[in-house]
Design a protein around this ligand. Structure first.
Ligand SMILES: Nc1nc2c(ncn2[C@@H]2O[C@H](COP(=O)(O)OP(=O)(O)OP(=O)(O)O)[C@@H](O)[C@H]2O)c(=O)[nH]1
Ligand SMILES: [Mg+2]
Ligand SMILES: [Zn+2]
Length: 359
């Protein structure tokens, strides 16, 4: 009977922030005294089953202690889009924020943020913050550049107010928008500008490199409009890249577009400027793509070396480049093999070019 009563007391809610051993859950339906959120621990069996909890997760809260505003998370619902770093579940939009100055834009770092955002599968927005710190012409040049990458970037300033209302409108659509970017670019300031009641803590950038001070320490979700949530996140400097080199191209919208328009000569092309590669070299982020690809390939190599019995394949010299020996699946056919197969021009030759067993 007691058990039945307890069960009846379960409530659905969304995790709005995660502390060391607790999380705050915003309830879908208010508590008996109008409680909006409960501070929750999690059921031991959840931890034992390896089930993690992230900000943004929809959960079932049991055993509510209404006067104490406490509860226990008993179950986590299956997640929609998951942003891995920082971990946020059920993401609709990732808003990559960089400052045009203080700290200055680092285009490789910006690209890595965009790649991480694209990789999670949510819509991606790009914001150039602190617009007051750059002459209008230089600002416009950045916007134009980012349009070429396939984004609809926005410039804004919390100090002058430029662009803040426009971003607010763009983000006031149903779903969860997560602000990501390096420390000190003004993510929390932006949220304060859009939701003034919050008064989030902000921190000055410091030092010769104008680095942020990691003022925001954990992810937190805030309501922006009806059904629209906004997440503030701690800034960090080096977003991860995908593990699979072949997955990288699709995370550059401008390259994705080229690849949709026409296929490369090589089925498993990594788009490194070879003749016959439809991506070509005449695009703005070509060298940034190459830098990311080199980092992913180095990561693959490190992984291979770490695996016991991998027979240290080492780096392979190919033209002026070094590249690791890739899994068969990821290899481009050698030029010799390509010539041989072209001579034959048979279906068999095509198979030889694409050794992927799934073909
Ligand atoms: N000039 C200028 N400075 C700004 C603007 N917005 C924020 N700042 C300053 O930038 C610094 C960092 O702002 P925060 O909002 O703490 O940056 P953050 O991205 O949240 O940083 P983390 O929490 O460390 O990731 C503060 O000193 C702000 O006053 C702006 O529009 N223009
Ligand atoms: Mg912050
Ligand atoms: Zn290619």
């Amino acid at each position: 009977m007691t058990w039945l009563l307890m069960e009846a007391e379960s409530r659905r809610g969304q995790v709005v922030s995660l502390l060391a051993n607790f999380c705050w859950v915003a309830l879908e339906k208010l508590g008996p005294q109008g409680q909006e959120r409960l501070l929750c621990t999690r059921r031991t069996r959840l931890g034992k089953s390896g089930q993690t909890i992230c900000a943004g997760d929809w959960v079932t809260v049991e055993s509510p202690d209404w006067p104490g505003a406490r509860g226990v998370v008993a179950a986590v619902e299956p997640r929609g889009v998951l942003l891995e770093r920082p971990p946020v579940a059920n993401v609709t939009r990732v808003v990559v924020v960089v400052a045009v100055a203080e700290p200055p834009i680092d285009s490789l770092q910006l690209t890595r943020f965009l790649v991480t955002a694209e990789a999670c599968g949510a819509a991606v927005e790009l914001v150039f913050a602190k617009a007051d710190l750059l002459p209008a012409a230089e600002l416009e040049a950045w916007l134009e550049r980012a349009r070429g990458w396939g984004y609809e970037p926005m410039a804004l300033s919390c100090f002058s107010g430029q662009g803040v209302a426009a971003l607010q409108t763009r983000l006031s659509r149903p779903g969860l928008a997560v602000l990501c970017g390096p420390s000190g670019v003004g993510k929390s300031s932006l949220i304060n500008a859009m939701v003034p009641d919050l008064a989030l803590r902000i921190g000055a950038v410091s030092g010769r490199l104008q680095r942020g001070r990691h003022t925001t320490r954990h992810v937190e979700l805030f309501p922006l409009a009806d059904g629209a949530l906004l997440a503030d996140t701690p800034g960090f400097n080096r977003p991860d890249l995908p593990a699979d080199p072949a997955a990288l191209a699709a995370l550059f919208p401008e390259l994705r577009q080229r690849l949709q328009a026409g296929a490369c000569r090589f089925k498993n092309c990594l788009h490194q400027g070879d003749p016959g590669c439809v991506a070509g070299v005449d695009w703005d982020r070509y060298s940034l793509y190459q830098s990311c690809l080199a980092a992913v390939l180095a990561q693959v190599e490190r992984e291979r070396e770490r695996q016991p019995g991998s027979g240290a394949a080492g780096l392979k010299q190919r033209g002026h480049r070094h590249e690791p020996r890739l899994e068969e699946r990821l290899r481009q056919p050698s030029r010799k093999r390509l010539r041989q197969s072209e001579a034959r021009e048979t279906d068999q030759a095509a198979d030889a070019l694409n050794p992927d067993p799934e073909d």
